[in-house]
Design a protein around this ligand. Structure first.
Ligand code: 13P
Ligand code: SF4
Length: 307
């Protein structure tokens, strides 16, 4: 069957199965276009956790990476959470584990631990409050000013938040293997090529990149800004999957990727075939064991309350 026919067939089978299974499909903006199209909700990490916490469905099919499915299971422990490819991980989330976090906490006693949602459930369990790229500035600004802050694991997001809040934070040396690829030279070249375009970048980019951007925002913030702006051209400094919602929501506007390297191989591991098979088999499942879940849920709930 030609690819397009296969996509049509699988999409219609997925829609039928979704009803039979009482399932909801949640997808991140970095997912393949055809996966975004079968989803009930497409969003950024914050929107996805809010949806996962509020859904009535019995099954959540999470089209994203492992830590996102874990967060869904933490927030909705009675639901079946399925991640269509169990190997879709996040290299940044794997840059810190619970042992390393506990060791670091001993070096900075009394520090408030803020973890980016791009962390494992165990790291969340050892943290005080989580944040996403959409609410990190708000979360950090809400913390008492007389205590040190330990921020894990993204040094780039941490440095951006620190510049916005004026809070001096102790930073873990992690980074996103995709966003950290974008160099200042590439952004300057793209600007020279498209002098009318505004530069919209994600805060996971390097500080020298965020410093020259017109807008620094989460994926949903980038999409909202492009849709509402009177500008017609934009240079995009986040994962290439956002081109799908950008082109859908902003017909007639032009989007140029700041680099060919803005591609997350893990996000692209989820295919329609795997979504279909996940709905048939309700596997591979992601769940978080009791004691870790009990501690991690407080960290996520504090974030949702502060947002
Ligand atoms: P958000 O804008 O959803 O926070 O995306 C960041 C990201 O890299 C998710 O893996
Ligand atoms: Fe992780 Fe970066 Fe991929 Fe997001 S884009 S899943 S932070 S590696």
């Amino acid at each position: 069957m030609p690819d397009l026919k296969r996509i049509e067939y699988l999409s219609s089978e997925i829609k039928k199965l979704k009803k039979e299974r009482n399932a909801v499909i949640l997808a991140h903006f970095y997912q393949r276009p055809e996966v975004q199209e079968v989803a009930d909700f497409v969003g950024d990490s914050l929107g996805l956790s809010q949806r996962a916490a509020g859904t009535e469905a019995e099954v959540i099919v999470f089209c994203g990476v492992h830590f996102m499915a874990e967060s869904a299971s933490i927030l909705s422990p009675d639901k079946i959470v399925v991640l269509p490819d169990e190997h879709a991980g996040c290299p940044m989330a794997d840059m810190i584990d619970q042992v390393q976090l506990e060791r670091k906490k001993q070096e900075v006693p009394g520090a408030i631990v803020v973890c980016y949602v791009n962390t494992t459930a165990e790291v969340k369990a050892g943290s005080d409050i989580a944040c996403t790229s959409a609410n990190a500035v708000k979360v950090v600004a809400s913390l008492p000013g007389d205590k040190p802050i330990l921020f894990v694991p993204d040094k780039n997001l941490g440095s951006y938040v620190s510049s916005k809040t004026g809070r001096n934070m102790i930073m873990w040396e992690g980074f996103c293997a995709t966003h950290n690829n974008l160099t200042l030279e590439e952004v300057l070249e793209a600007k020279a090529e498209h002098p009318e375009a505004l530069v919209l970048v994600h805060p996971e980019c390097r500080p020298e990149v965020t410093a020259v951007a017109d807008v620094v925002s989460s994926t949903s913030g980038i999409i909202r800004y492009a849709a509402e702006s009177s500008a017609r051209e934009f240079i995009i400094g986040t994962e290439a999957g956002v081109l799908h919602p950008l082109n859908k929501r902003c017909p007639g506007k032009k989007f140029y990727m700041a680099s060919k390297k803005l591609f997350c191989p893990n996000m692209k591991k989820i295919t329609l075939e795997k979504v279909y098979s996940a709905l048939v088999n309700l596997e591979p499942r992601v769940s978080v064991p009791g004691e870790v879940r009990d501690r991690a849920v407080r960290c996520l709930e504090r974030m949702l309350e502060a947002t």
